[in-house]
Design a protein. Sequence first.
Length: 170
Amino acid sequence: MIPTVTTDRLILRGARRDDFDAFADMLAADRTAYMGGPFDRAAAWRLFAMNLASWPLDGFGAWMITDRTTGAFLGDVGITHPIRFPEPELGWTLTGDAEGQGYATEAASAALDWYWTNTDADTVVSYITPGNTRSEALASKLGATLGPDAPLPDGETPAETAVYRHGRPA
């Protein structure tokens, strides 16, 4: 069962099949280049399914971000641990229309709060492409610090990926 997390403006909930078109449209945008996109529908489906599979496999995963008032799809956020990642990662993606309104901060903060409450992990990372200034700023705003010696995802180099480490609050 995927928990639902509610914030002042958002609902983080498990994905439903009827979310897929909006999810695929979001991942087809050029703005997903920092995460390896744009993605075609087949690749988007694999990511959509991986996000769902994380919950029963790991006890954590990704949520769809929706507007609490309108129900509009705004993006996704979550903590996942794909096989090529050396440790769990907090990641986020927003639709173009949702950017710049504080939704990523609100959603990622809620995801972290859930993670700290429901796991015994001491840290989680965010893998960010250098130059993705919005994500770098968000990771820093969330209290993450750059970990230049942290292990990278399989096949990636420091020129391709920076590791931001989020620590459990005291």
